[in-house]
Design a protein around this ligand. Structure first.
Ligand code: UGA
Length: 437
C-alpha cells in the first residue's frame, strides 16, 4: 500500500520505518524543511535505539522516502497517517492546530479513496472534527475519505521493538472498508500474533488517554507508597515486588522514583482532565496523579537539602537528564525540574547524561554539563541519580567517592543497592527504602 506519514517526530518516524518494514511504500513528510533534508541524508533528528538502522535499511531498499512537500505525496496515498504533535495549551487542553492543518491539506489534496489515520494522541471526539474539515476541504468534489483512529502505544527507548512486536493494535473506525484497509496494512504483525482490537472511533481515542492515565496512576501510587515507606521505615521496592506478583496488579510501572515525564504522560493526563471537565465529569483522581508526581521532585529536593543544609556554595551532580533511559528527550523531564529547583536554591548544578546533554543545556541554560561522570563529581557535595541509565550501574563508586567533597548520594531511581553504596563509603538516601540514618 502507499502510505504518507505527516509529521516525523518520535511517533511519525517510527511509523515510517515500521510500515516500510512491513512492505509498504512510505513517504514521510514534515513542515520542518531542515529536518527533512537531514532525513534525506540519513540523519535522524533524535536518538532512538535501532531506528537509524531501520530507516537506513528501508530507505536503501526504496520503500521509504522523505519530502517537505506533503501536498505532492498525498494524492497517491491509500492511507495518510497524522503524526503531528499535540502539545498542551496553558489550560491543559491539547493544542490540535497542527492536526487541523494536516487534515486540511489531506482534504484538499487527496484524490481517491483514502483512509486518514489519527495516530497522534487526541481527545475523544476529534475524529468528528476531522471528518468535518475533510468535507469542507473537499470543495464539493466527491471523495471517499474515511477517518480512522489508530493510537500508538510505543515507548521511547524501545519504540522500534514496540512497533514491530506490538502487544495490541487498536483500530477505531466506522466503515468496514476502512477496517479492511487497516487489517491489510498491519497484516504481517497480526499474522505474527499481535492482538487486533477493533472499536468505534470515540472508544479508540478514549482508550489511549485512559491507558496513559492509568500507567501514570500506577507510578504515582508507587511514589505515594514511597513517601509512606520512608515514614514507616519499610522498603517500597519490596512492597512493589509483592504487589506485582499478583497478576491482577502486575509488576510494571510500580517503580517509585523521581516521577514520570516525557512528551506523553504529563500532557495526556492534562488533556484527559480537560476532556473529563468538558464532559461535565469531575475526576479528581486525575489531579492527584499529577500532584503526587510533583511531590516526587520535592521529596528528592528535601533529601538533598537535609544532607547539605544550605544549597548555596554546594555543587550538586545530576546523573541522568533524559526523562527516561534510552532517549535524548528532555521534554517534561523530572531531572530538569529538579535542576531548576536546585538552581533556585543557589546550588551549582552539574548534569551528566549519555545522550541528552545538548537538549538539557538548551532547555536549562543554568545547568553545567559534563561529558564525564567523574569530572562532574569532582568537588561535589551531592550526587543525585535522576535517570536509571544502565551504564551508571557500572560506575566505579570508590573513584566517585574519592573525587567528591562530600560522599553523599541521593538515589532518586533506586539504581543502586543500599549495601553496595554504603560499602563504598557513601552516605545514601534512596527512594522509599531505608538508607543512611
Ligand atoms: C508512554 C507509554 O508507556 C506508551 O505506551 C505510550 O505509547 C507513550 O507514552 C505515548 O503516549 O506516546 P513513554 O512516555 O515513551 O511511553 O515512556 P514510559 O516508559 O511510559 O515512561 C514514562 C515515564 O514514566 C518516564 O519518565 C519513566 O521514568 C517513568 N516511569 C515509568 C516511572 O517513574 N516508574 C515506572 O515504574 C515506569
Amino acid at each position: 500500500m502507499r502510505v504518507v506519514v505527516i509529521g516525523t517526530g518520535h511517533v511519525g518516524l517510527v511509523t515510517c520505518g515500521t510500515l516500510a518494514a512491513l512492505g509498504h511504500e512510505v513517504v514521510g513528510t514534515d513542515a520542518d524543511q531542515e529536518k527533512i533534508s537531514r532525513l534525506q541524508s540519513g540523519i535522524l533528528p533524535f536518538h532512538e535505539p535501532d531506528l537509524d538502522a531501520l530507516v537506513e535499511e528501508q530507505a536503501k531498499d526504496g520503500r521509504l522516502g522523505f519530502t517537505d512537500d506533503a501536498s505532492e505525496a498525498i494524492p497517491n496515498a491509500d492511507v495518510v497517517f497524522i503524526c503531528v504533535s499535540t502539545p498542551p495549551r496553558s489550560t491543559g487542553e491539547a493544542n490540535l492546530v497542527a492536526v487541523e492543518q494536516a487534515v486540511r491539506l489531506v482534504g484538499h489534496r487527496a484524490s481517491g479513496r483514502t483512509v486518514v489515520v489519527e495516530k497522534s494522541t487526541v481527545p475523544a471526539g476529534t475524529a468528528q472534527r476531522i471528518r468535518h474539515v475533510l468535507l469542507q476541504e473537499g470543495n464539493g468534489v466527491r471523495k471517499e475519505l474515511e477517518v480512522v483512529s489508530n493510537p500508538e502505544f510505543l515507548r521511547e527507548g524501545s519504540a522500534v521493538r514496540d512497533s514491530l512486536e506490538p502487544d495490541r493494535i487498536l483500530v477505531g473506525a466506522e466503515r468496514d472498508w476502512a477496517f479492511g484497509v487497516m487489517r491489510e496494512l498491519y497484516a504481517p504483525l497480526i499474522a505474527n500474533g499481535a492482538r487486533l482490537i477493533e472499536t468505534d472511533i470515540n472508544t479508540a481515542e478514549l482508550a489511549k488517554h485512559a491507558s496513559n492515565a492509568f500507567l501514570a496512576l500506577k507510578i504515582s501510587y508507587a511514589n505515594a507508597l514511597a513517601r509512606i515507606c520512608e515514614r514507616a521505615e519499610a522498603d517500597v521496592v519490596a512492597v512493589a515486588e509483592v504487589m506485582g506478583a499478583d497478576p491482577r496488579i502486575g509488576p510494571d510501572f510500580l517503580r517509585a522514583g523521581l516521577g514520570y515525564g516525557g512528551s506523553c504522560f504529563p500532557k495526556d493526563l492534562q488533556a484527559f482532565q480537560h476532556l473529563a471537565a468538558s464532559l461535565h465529569y469531575d475526576f479528581p483522581l486525575l489531579r492527584e496523579i499529577g500532584r503526587i508526581n510533583d511531590e516526587a521532585i520535592e521529596a528528592t529536593l528535601e533529601k538533598v537539602r537535609a544532607g547539605l543544609w544550605n544549597l548555596e556554595h554546594k555543587r550538586v551532580v545530576l546523573l541522568g537528564l533524559a526523562f527516561k533511559p534510552g532517549t535524548d528527550d528532555v521534554r517534561f523531564s523530572p531531572p530538569l525540574a529538579l535542576a531548576a529547583r536546585l538552581l533556585d536554591g543557589g546550588a551549582t548544578v552539574v548534569g551528566h547524561d549519555p545522550q541528552a546533554m545538548a537538549n538539557a543545556k538548551e532547555e536549562c541554560p543554568g545547568l553545567l554539563a559534563s561529558t564525564d561522570p567523574y569530572e562532574a563529581a569532582e568537588g561535589a557535595h551531592c550526587l543525585v541519580v535522576c535517570t536509571e541509565w544502565p551504564e551508571f550501574r557500572s560506575l566505579d563508586l570508590r573513584r566517585l567517592r574519592d573525587v567528591m567533597a562530600q560522599p553523599f548520594v541521593v538515589d532518586a531511581r533506586n539504581l543502586f543497592e543500599p549495601e553496595e553504596i554504603l560499602a563504598a563509603g557513601f552516605s545514601y538516601q534512596p527512594t522509599g527504602r531505608p538508607g543512611s540514618p
